[in-house]
Design a protein around this ligand. Structure first.
Ligand SMILES: Nc1ncnc2c1ncn2[C@@H]1O[C@H](COP(=O)(O)OP(=O)(O)OP(=O)(O)O)[C@@H](O)[C@H]1O
Length: 585
């Protein structure tokens, strides 16, 4: 019952609906008492040979009233109780989704996406089951159970009632215990099935890699193991499930046999009329469901409690980035990086150390260096995915951690290494930040990103569907689409994280020239492996093992004759060779 106590905020919100639902349930139970009495009366009339139109008429009218009344009131309880539980589901889903949206990188590193999805689906379904089915089962058991048992004892015979009801308590016990094991077993089947699905998805997505590295046989074997596990789990669940109905039938049978023996004896001795025995047996049939429901209720409650516990623990987690309600001011102006040290939450040593740079508004900062040297990490700090670092990053003299995140982040245009296409049209993908942006502006952004001509060659131009459910774009086209998506908001700070790696050198230069011309007063940060992308940068930082090993303009760095100069020469040479191969076939 603790769950109801913990859900009191919701019950307080919805008490009217619950009350109306429970009153409707009460009405159904009361009306449910009428037909068995009428059936008993009917049986007595037959045994007394007193059946006539006049005696049968009221019986039919009462049964009709009870049936129609129950029909209307059943609609009432399902409307109020189910409707209310659906509202709890919506509320909790929204709460969880908003929470996920507020959370930052450390949270998503700690929880796997699959688990977060499971909380948002299974756990909330479980909760909704308690708020809907659970409430119904509890009150049905209380109202129908109590009223029918009372009617049996008062209208018919108290001792017969005790004899008939005791075996039914066994039904509650079986429903709770065996029912619990059955739902746990079916949950395990569901988990296996999800694993199988994930495995299938992964295998299909990586099928080319699997084949080329000769891992297809191993993958099939792994798949086979998962299928076997899934079959084993299903068999176990089915075995338990097949025990359930016979157990209920046996217990119900005991109750009915006891009733018939003792009830028959009472009728024989004249202590009970045949009609009353029939009334009693009809009541008894009406009791099986509430007793069963009560068992299911305890079971649901236990699972609902655990689900609520998991959801509230998740909701209680706070973003690690300090989101004190900060300055609602667009970050605009000079960028000043003075980072002493930063370490990922689960890392054993510092990832970035002593990174210092000043970028005047309108300039470009280049970030280069070998794989894993820390370029993307610095970008993550700029994107406020982590706030726990020593030192400061300031824009317009204000620490970026002092800006309100909801004002800060939309001012940043970010093009990540692995860009994402939403399953919608090219048009909607580009104007994702604001669906009201005009087609003309979308086309302008696409031209800036050197993508317009490619789009015009797609089957439906800007209306072509892309993403999972549409056509697939080439790596270079995806990158340029992501650039157009970032440029359309004309961000004060634009961050390109290796975002031009899949476009050819000529297109890269075309985009860089456009950036230079269009973003005269705005800051651009380019992290790249291809050094030609930072030739125009006002300053480039060369990272090595999380430290800035060299810095300067392109010509400064070439003169230094270090990693940058060697890499630039090697890349120029390879590009030249590529060109020669292309020219001479
Ligand atoms: N979320 C994380 N948690 C812990 N360590 C991380 C995390 N992300 C990156 N790292 C580590 O931090 C170091 C710097 O990685 P980072 O991605 O910043 O390098 P990079 O220079 O951008 O590399 P690349 O050029 O391949 O993108 C690497 O050693 C990496 O393994």
């Amino acid at each position: 019952m603790r769950l109801f106590f913990r859900l009191k905020w919701f019950i307080r919100l919805e008490w009217r609906s619950y009350l109306l639902g429970i009153l409707a349930l009460l009405g159904v139970a009361m009306l449910g008492l009428i037909p068995p009495i009428m059936i008993g009366r009917f049986a007595n009339l037959i045994s007394e040979r007193a059946l006539s139109g006049a005696t049968l008429g009221p019986i039919i009218v009462w049964i009709a009233i009870a049936t129609v009344g129950q029909y209307l009131l059943r609609f009432g309880w399902s409307y109020f109780i189910w409707g209310t539980s659906a509202r709890l589901e919506r509320l909790m889903r929204l709460r969880l989704l908003n929470h996920y949206l507020e959370m930052d990188k450390p949270f998503f590193q700690k929880h796997r996406t699959g688990d977060l999805l499971a909380h948002a689906t299974n756990d909330i379904n479980q909760l909704q089951r308690v708020a809907g089915n659970g409430v119904l089962q509890l009150f049905d058991a209380l109202i129908t159970g109590v009223s029918v048992v009372a009617a049996m004892a008062v209208v018919v015979n108290p001792l017969l009632t005790i004899m008939a009801v005791v075996p039914l308590l066994g039904i509650t016990l079986v429903a709770q215990l065996l029912g619990g094991s059955i739902s746990a077993a079916f949950s395990a089947v569901q988990d296996m099935f999800s694993q199988l699905n994930n495995k299938t998805q992964e295998s299909l997505m990586g099928i080319k890699v699997l084949k080329t590295v000769g891992e297809a046989a191993e993958d099939t074997a792994d798949f086979q193991t998962k299928i076997n596990d899934s079959i084993r789990a299903t068999r176990h669940a089915e075995r338990l499930d097949s025990l359930f109905n016979p157990a209920i039938t046996i217990l119900t049978g005991i109750s009915f046999v006891g009733t018939i023996i003792y009830g028959g004896y009472l009728v024989q001795t004249g202590a009970l009329s045949i009609g009353s025995l029939i009334t009693f047996v009809t009541y008894l049939s009406a009791l099986v469901w509430p007793f069963l429901g009560l068992g299911f209720f305890f079971n649901n409650l236990q699972r609902g409690n655990a689900a609520y516990e998991r959801i509230t623990t998740l909701l209680a987690e706070q973003p690690a980035t300090l989101d004190k309600k900060g300055l609602k001011q667009v970050p605009r102006g000079d960028l000043q990086i003075d980072l002493t040290t930063f370490q990922y939450p689960d890392a054993t040593e510092a990832t970035l150390q002593n990174v210092h740079a000043t970028v005047q508004a309108g300039n470009t900062l280049g970030l280069v260096g070998p794989v894993g040297s820390g370029k993307s990490t610095l970008i993550q700090l700029l994107l406020r995915e982590f706030d726990q670092y020593a030192g400061s990053i300031k824009i317009n003299q204000i620490d970026i951690r002092d800006y309100d995140k909801d004002t800060y982040l939309p001012a940043i245009g970010y093009v990540p290494q692995d860009n994402f296409l939403f399953s919608t049209s090219v048009l909607e993908n580009i104007r994702f930040a604001d669906p009201n942006i005009s087609l003309e502006r979308v086309q302008e952004a696409a031209r800036w990103a050197a993508l317009h001509d490619d789009i015009m060659n797609l089957p439906d131009g800007y209306d072509t569907q892309v993403g999972e459910q549409g056509i697939s774009l080439s790596g270079g086209q995806r990158q340029r689409l992501a650039i157009a998506r970032a440029l359309i908001i004309n961000p004060d700070i634009l961050i390109l994280d290796d975002a031009l790696s899949a476009v050819d050198a000529k297109t890269e230069q075309q985009i860089l020239t456009m950036l230079h011309n269009q973003r005269q007063d705005k800051t651009t940060i380019i992290a790249t492996h291809r050094l030609s992308a930072v030739v125009q940068a006002a300053e480039t930082l060369v990272f090595e093992h999380g430290r800035v090993e060299a810095r300067g303009t392109h010509s400064d760095l070439i003169q230094e004759d270090g990693w940058y100069a060697r890499m630039f020469a090697a890349q120029q040479l390879s590009e030249k060779l590529d060109q020669e191969v292309t020219t001479h076939g």
